[in-house]
Design a protein around this ligand. Structure first.
Ligand code: H79
Length: 415
């Protein structure tokens, strides 16, 4: 079973992924050609040469980037508990002041400032956990990185590891304060021994830093699902779903296919209920602006999670309830079952939940609600909670059922 041994990660439930690099300048289009794939892959998909792609750095000047504002909103308005920032994506460009590669935001751009340092300072100010995405295998810029050429022929991957990957990781882990997580991705052909080298390096510098499920050879500290894939069932141990708000990670000026807040809330609760964390992405544009489409959705979702914080953070995996409920998702703590009501209801009815209920209240203001627990005419357990009349048209609120038992008692359907 995956165990990060880091309580903050088990309790977090909701984090912010930030995908940002030179690809944000192209924003899904190069020389009149559009990509219909994830926009941070544009160099690969449109076969842009290293020489041409490197010229983008000369234009990178994100004067609107405001680390303090992004971290403050993530913390206070959006309700996120950790941030994972792309220090280096597959394109190979470092968004920090790297001494071992000049292909970085300080040395190669007119902007000339360290993006990561600004994020670190803001995270420290707002007490936000900081994690870093680092592409440890693919590096399209480095002749020895994976996918520099599409057939990967003739490369010396160990050389890339020794001369770029590990030195940069050492910088990230020594120059930027506490790093809570390294988000490795797409391990491709990395060997067990090479994976172990990366793990040893990270843990020797920052022992509490945890590693994503894509570190290589399933040797990370927790399970990472497929991008945008939610496990069907409750899943034991520590895990996380990385997800997009539209259909790209890096900024794409053509992609306005934003998911709506209700869908995001539902997906988050499904993930939390099944025991996982939701790592939800924004892709700032080349000036450093957060797309309005994403901030609008995140604010709505943030309203839900901050109002119902008690029913989100620190909750535990819920077992399998026999019925599919369109209108609800469950989360739980010891002696408490939270019913997240996602569609208008006159009352909550839960069939085949066999607990002795000792109280019921609305999470957002702790107002007590009338409840009953008894047997149906067929002999099944049934719990009912009355919703106040003025709330019967509302959706998206949580109700807490206080139970005499530590965990919910989900009965089988006896028929
Ligand atoms: O950082 C984000 C993505 O850029 C990264 N993971 C998330 C968090 C990622 N890298 N690779 N992938 C996701 C999988 C990509 C698979 C595909 Fe393809 C890219 C499918 C189609 C384009 C590579 C090229 C595999 C098949 C063709």
């Amino acid at each position: 079973m995956n165990d990060t041994k880091q309580q903050w990660f088990k309790d977090a439930k909701y984090g912010l992924f930030i995908h940002w690099g030179l690809y944000s300048i192209l924003a899904g289009e190069y020389q009149g050609k559009k990509t219909d794939r994830i926009a941070e892959w544009i160099m690969n998909f449109l076969d842009i040469s290293v020489e041409e792609y490197r010229k983008l750095a000369e234009q990178f000047n994100p004067v609107n980037f405001d680390a303090d504002e992004i971290v403050r909103r993530a913390k206070e308005e959006w309700g996120m508990k950790y941030i994972v920032f792309t220090a280096k994506h597959h394109e190979g460009f470092a968004m920090f002041d790297s001494k071992c590669s000049d292909y970085n935001v300080v040395k190669a751009t007119p902007y000339g400032r360290d993006i990561l340092k600004q994020l670190q300072n803001a995270c420290e100010k707002y007490d936000m956990k900081l994690g870093l995405y680092y592409s440890q295998a693919q590096d399209w810029d480095d002749p020895d990185g994976f996918m520099h050429t599409k057939d990967n022929a003739g490369k010396n991957f160990q050389k890339y590891l020794d001369e770029k990957c590990k030195p940069q990781l050492r910088e990230l882990l020594t120059e930027y304060g506490k790093i809570s997580l390294i988000w490795f991705d797409t391990p491709m052909g990395i060997t067990v021994e090479q994976t172990q080298e990366l793990i040893d390096l990270v843990k020797s510098i920052q022992p509490d830093c945890i590693l994503s499920g894509r570190t290589g050879n399933h040797m990370g500290d927790y399970m990472t699902t497929g991008d945008n894939f939610i496990p069907r069932l409750p899943y034991e141990g520590d895990w996380e779903v990385p997800a997009t708000l539209n259909d790209t990670w890096g900024f794409n000026k053509f992609d306005h296919n934003w998911k709506n807040p209700d869908d995001i809330i539902r997906m988050m609760l499904k993930i939390n209920s099944r025991g996982g964390n939701y790592l939800l992405n924004i892709g700032p544009d080349s000036l450093g602006n957060v797309p309005e489409g994403s901030s609008k959705v995140l604010s709505e979702v943030g309203k839900y999670v901050t109002e119902n914080a008690e029913a989100v953070y620190g909750t535990k995996r819920v077992g399998i309830y026999a019925y599919e409920l369109e209108w609800a998702q469950f989360t739980r703590k010891d002696y408490k079952l939270y019913v997240h009501v996602l569609q208008p209801r006159v009352r909550i009815e839960l069939l085949n939940v066999g607990n002795q209920i000792t109280g019921a209240y609305l999470v957002k203001d702790h107002r007590t609600l009338p409840f009953s627990f008894e047997k149906t005419c067929e002999g099944d357990s049934i719990i009912e909670v009355e919703i106040p009349e003025e709330m019967q048209q509302d959706k998206n609120y949580a109700v807490c059922l206080e139970m005499a038992e530590k965990e919910p008692v989900f009965e089988e359907i006896k028929g």
